[in-house]
Ligand binder design. Structure first.
Ligand code: ATP
Ligand code: MG
Length: 431
């Protein structure tokens, strides 16, 4: 088959390329996150993208959407069942246990990276997507719940998003309290069996709490009248929740208690929370988390209290873009286009570029490469986003000077001696 008729291979549905025009927004978000984690004393952890399937089945729960229908699972060449990670918490617990990070110590960890779920792709929902998450281990009291929520709130503030998101809170209580509540809830749903949709009927035996999450308007009235977990909390969980709310009040963080917030994963207990926005249509949850005190033990470790959250980077970048919140300075580009006027100046330009990069480490300098006529070189300079072109030709080399041309303003070009160039550029390009 000749090249021109070969069928082009395309990316996998729901898995996106991050193009140069997108990456400045991602970098703005990632840089802000990285600095924030550093300031809060959280350490980064990186785990493999592939894990044994059993890790997710055992932690997330067999009857959750993720494990039932969203995982990318395949057999390795030697027959082991492996899965592309659908989320970060299980991997983080596994890694922390395996490397002794939970032994007689507390941990505040964060991670970032791609996750994989076989969902129907749509705006804000993809098959490869990216999360930033935090996980803390060894803290029992509500202070750490408040601390991770405050960390997320500060991130919104620094990104300019705080006024566009809402914090929703709930408590799922202890495992025992939840089990007792579950029975009451199932009895209530059975009384209203005729109103339940197919999904809910299926969940009635497997995961009845998730029915509370349903957005089906036909069930709204029945769900509103359902018994509330909040009224069945054990005393300790109630106290924990009251203290957390008092801490958020003291820190001036607004929240809404949503008694129907249950989260889709099995491992949560006590505190659960979500940050939501109305600016993204139905994919409105940008960050979700809570307490999962039982998970470490469930995966074979010692009982270890744990709190964490994960945020979806695609949705946050989309939100930043929709609201036009990325500062111009973060949007990339360069300050100076250094242009050898003909091929005789190539080597001199190359060395000058390197010298300037040493002298002015903050300078963003693009060197013209690829030759061409003077006219086409100037066109490239114009196409670059640089406001200044530094020209180097035969005359300039002989006199040990350069010519500065201002590309975005009506201003006379200017000759500058080589030994004054760094100082001049430093003044012209102030960041
Ligand atoms: P949803 O209800 O939107 O399906 P979820 O409960 O499955 O979310 P979590 O497992 O809690 O989501 O993941 C945390 C965050 O990761 C979500 O709030 C969302 O911002 C993001 N996220 C989850 N799934 C996807 C996806 N398929 N594509 C893009 N972002 C996602
Ligand atoms: Mg989901």
């Amino acid at each position: 088959m000749s090249k021109s008729t070969a069928k082009k291979i395309q990316a996998i549905r729901g898995m996106n390329d991050l193009l140069p025009s997108d990456s400045p927004r991602w970098q703005f978000f990632e840089t802000t996150v990285r600095q924030l984690m550093h300031r809060y004393g959280f350490d980064e952890i990186r785990t493999p993208i592939v894990e044994q399937t059993a890790l997710f089945a055992r932690s997330i729960g067999e009857v959750t959407d993720i494990v039932e229908k969203e995982m990318y699972t395949f057999d390795d060449r030697n027959g082991d069942s492996l899965t592309l990670r659908p989320e970060g918490t299980a991997s983080c617990v596994r890694a922390a246990m395996e490397n002794g990070l939970l032994y007689n110590q507390t941990q505040r960890l964060w991670y970032q990276g791609p996750m994989f779920r076989h969902e129907r792709p749509q705006k804000g929902r993809y098959r490869q997507f990216h999360q930033v998450g935090v996980e803390t281990y060894g803290f029992e009291g509500p202070d750490i719940d408040a601390e991770v929520i405050l960390l997320s709130a500060r991130l919104w503030r620094e990104l300019g998003l705080l006024e566009h998101v809402t914090l929703e809170l709930n408590s799922l209580g202890s495992t025992e309290a939840r089990a007792a509540y579950r029975e009451k809830l199932v009895a209530y749903f059975e009384q209203h069996h005729d109103v339940l949709d197919e999904d809910s009927k299926r969940r009635l035996t497997s995961n009845p709490l998730r029915i509370l999450d349903s957005k089906n308007p036909a069930m709204a009235e029945m769900l509103n009248a359902a018994p509330q977990l909040m009224d069945h909390l054990d005393n300790e969980s109630k106290e924990h929740f009251e203290q957390l709310k008092a801490m958020l009040d003291a820190a001036n963080i607004a929240y809404v208690v949503n008694p129907r917030l249950v989260r889709g994963l099995d491992y949560y207990c006590r505190t659960v929370f979500e940050w939501t926005t109305t600016a993204l249509g139905s994919q409105g949850t940008v960050c979700a988390g809570g307490r999962y005190d039982g998970l470490v033990e469930q995966l074979g470790g010692k009982p270890t209290p744990a709190v964490g959250f994960a945020m979806g980077i695609e949705r946050l970048v989309l939100l930043l873009e929709t609201l036009n919140l990325v500062p111009d300075a973060a949007l990339g580009g360069c300050d100076v286009y250094l242009l050898p006027m003909d091929d005789n100046a190539t080597v001199a330009a190359l060395t000058l570029a390197e010298q300037l990069r040493s002298e002015l480490p903050a300078l963003r300098l693009q060197l013209h490469c690829g030759g061409g006529s003077f006219k086409s070189r100037m066109k490239k300079a114009d196409k670059s986003s640089a406001p200044i072109a530094v020209l180097l030709g035969e005359d300039e080399m002989a006199a040990n000077v350069v010519t500065l041309k201002f590309l975005r303003e009506a201003r006379e070009q200017q000759r500058v001696a080589r030994d004054e160039l760094a100082a001049t550029l430093g003044e012209l390009v102030s960041h």
